[in-house]
Unconditional design. Structure first.
Length: 598
């Protein structure tokens, strides 16, 4: 078992589920493919997860559940998503539906939802509508107050588990004129409705996630009790924006993408190491080997920033409006790209719905395509980042970050994986960051730590440390250039141009810079605890090179030995059945039977 206790739960779940490559397991690639071919809901797999009581991790500990650490939840969700995204989303939708209640529901509502989940009932989130998509302030579903409670009328579309859930959190217009304060959320329990007052739209056929229960629900003056309102009235948009800071970070960003990336790389390595071609294996081809190492490095980048983000939910909660948008943009789009690159290595096999690993790769291609869309699309998240860029630049230019109150303590909580996290306090979630991003803005602190390390290098090779220092200087230069450009534009001009091509480009650059500093701080805080490969720092040099490659000047060539050592680490993790991660938890061994073999 890993020394880091927050990963023990995911390791235990791994062993319970068994090897997904073993077709005898219920939660196997073969079974997931067969369900997908039939567009069939993963009923038995969800039951298997329920038998292990995964649903208890959707309930906060103060309500009798086991949800206490978002870092632990990330590892659990990643364990499920690496096997099958359909099952991961089908089961995980319940947390999405419950999240508005956890954030703003009454005590009675919270206990009621906790009871439903403990009874293995599903909760849905009725947010989007066919004619309005992500423009939720144009939603037409409405609620009218009556002497006896409320009347709900309208239609919600593309809702996960809409026809399977026992209850929904429904976003509805409560003021005719709409606007930011014109919408509210309601907890709708179906067994309290007149059965003739609601109905379902047919299950929608989708390119991926074929077995998921994605459909719609219609309400025809459905009577709701007075206590259905998730109070206060008119705060529906605010509650959703805060709930998304959790779900975009975890359930719609980091976990599904990292899980799918792990399997995509693992399946491709299986092919590259076993396929004989041109007198050797595919792995022996220099270009292929380099491509696989690049993918591994990209996974480590996403890993570092994702772990930092879920820990920031506890330690820098009021900054999550920005951090969640960064994760939701950067991680899914990076994984989309690396899946595409891996498909070029697999060749025809990436396209097959059978044969190599039962055709799981083509399912990953189809399934993962939705991740950058739901819970806020790429464009929505880039726009959200763009709106905050002027205040972020202004704050950094006007503040002595190194002496800023509490920043070093928060950085230690975010990045030191041995440090116990403070309890998550949802009341600290804010709509705007007020110019703060502890992670990116800690660049000067990181530089000071690097120069201190240079005078006391310990086990870090001097050439590696010098490369890290040089690259960190480049990162600081780009940050300062971006801030100078934003200052020249002026905050009013930047705000008006927040949807422009230029501001979207700057937002993408900001995400890459944020990722670079996250990787750097993760290394600085855990050099002594995450093993020799992590401590050596060669992986960090490669990751920083990759992140800086998109900027304006070319960087020096990476020493070949760094790449060779990273490649060997990737092969070691593959051979030992360990997660491709800075925290390489033990996966179920090849051929292992899970609980379904009883």
């Amino acid at each position: 078992m890993l020394a880091l206790g927050q990963y023990a739960t995911a390791e235990a779940l791994e062993q319970y589920l068994g090897d997904p490559g073993n077709p005898e397991n219920l939660f196997s690639f073969r079974n997931s493919i067969e369900l997908d071919e039939r567009d069939e809901y993963p009923e038995a797999i969800c039951a298997l997860l329920n038998d292990w009581k995964v649903y208890e991790y959707y309930i906060p500990k103060d309500l009798g559940g086991k949800l206490k650490s978002w870092e632990e939840m990330l590892a659990i969700a990643r364990t499920i998503a690496r096997r099958d995204l359909t099952a991961a989303i089908a089961h995980g939708c319940t947390y999405l539906g419950a999240s508005p209640v956890w954030l703003s529901g009454s005590t009675a509502q919270k206990h009621r939802v906790a009871e439903l989940i403990k009874n293995q009932q599903q909760i849905s989130f009725g947010l989007t509508e066919k004619d309005h998509g992500s423009d939720i302030l144009s939603s037409e579903t409405q609620v009218e107050k009556t002497d006896a409670g409320y009347l709900l009328a309208g239609e919600k579309w593309l809702i996960g588990n809409a026809s399977r859930s026992s209850a929904l959190a429904v976003f509805a217009r409560t003021q005719a004129k709409g606007g930011p304060r014109g919408f509210s959320l309601f907890l709708v329990e179906k067994d309290q409705l007149d059965p003739t007052s609601y109905g379902y739209l047919p299950k929608i056929k989708t390119h991926g996630l074929r077995g998921a229960n994605i459909c719609g629900i219609t309400f025809h003056n459905s009577h709701l009790s007075p206590d259905a309102l998730i109070e206060p009235q008119g705060t529906g948009l605010e509650i959703i924006l805060k709930a998304f800071q959790i779900t975009r970070t975890l359930h719609a960003g980091a976990a599904p993408s990292l899980g799918q990336a792990d399997t995509a790389l693992r399946v491709t390595l299986n092919f590259a190491l076993s396929r004989e071609l041109y007198g050797g294996t595919v792995w022996d081809i220099d270009h292929v080997r380099q491509s696989l190492i690049d993918v591994f490095a990209d996974i480590l980048i996403c890993d570092c920033m994702s772990i930092a983000a879920v820990r920031a939910l506890h330690a820098a909660t009021d900054q999550m409006s920005l951090i969640s948008a960064i994760i939701k943009y950067f991680v899914p789009t990076t994984v989309e790209d690396l899946i595409h690159r891996l498909s070029a290595i697999l060749g025809a096999r990436f396209y097959l719905r059978e044969e190599h690993c039962w055709g799981i790769f083509q399912k990953i291609v189809r399934d993962h395509g939705i991740i950058s869309v739901f819970d806020g699309s790429t464009a929505v998240n880039l726009h959200g980042i763009a709106l905050q860029l002027p205040s972020l630049a202004a704050y950094r230019s006007q503040t002595d970050i190194k002496s800023s109150e509490g920043i070093k303590e928060r950085l230690a909580s975010i990045f030191d994986l041995q440090q116990t996290l403070p309890d998550f306090d949802p009341q600290k979630l804010e709509i705007y960051n007020r110019g703060r991003d502890d992670i990116l803005q800690s660049i000067e602190i990181a530089i000071a730590d690097l120069y201190h390390l240079k005078s006391n290098p310990g086990d870090v090779p001097s050439d590696v440390l010098q490369q890290i220092i040089t690259l960190t200087g480049e990162i600081q230069t780009v940050i300062e250039a971006q801030e100078a450009h934003l200052a020249k534009m002026g905050s009013n001009t930047a705000a008006k141009a927040s949807k422009s091509r230029e501001m979207f480009t700057i937002s993408k650059q900001y995400c890459a810079l944020h990722a670079a500093v996250a990787c750097l701080q993760m290394w600085l805080h855990n050099r002594q605890t995450l093993g020799a490969f992590f401590q050596q720092g060669e992986w960090l040099v490669v990751c920083l090179h990759r992140l800086m490659a998109s900027f304006y000047r070319p960087l020096d060539t990476i020493p070949p030995s760094y790449l060779e050592n990273i490649g060997q680490e990737m092969l070691r993790l593959y051979a030992e059945d360990k997660l491709f991660s800075i925290v390489p938890l033990q996966l179920a061994k090849k051929g292992t039977l899970g609980a379904d073999s009883k």
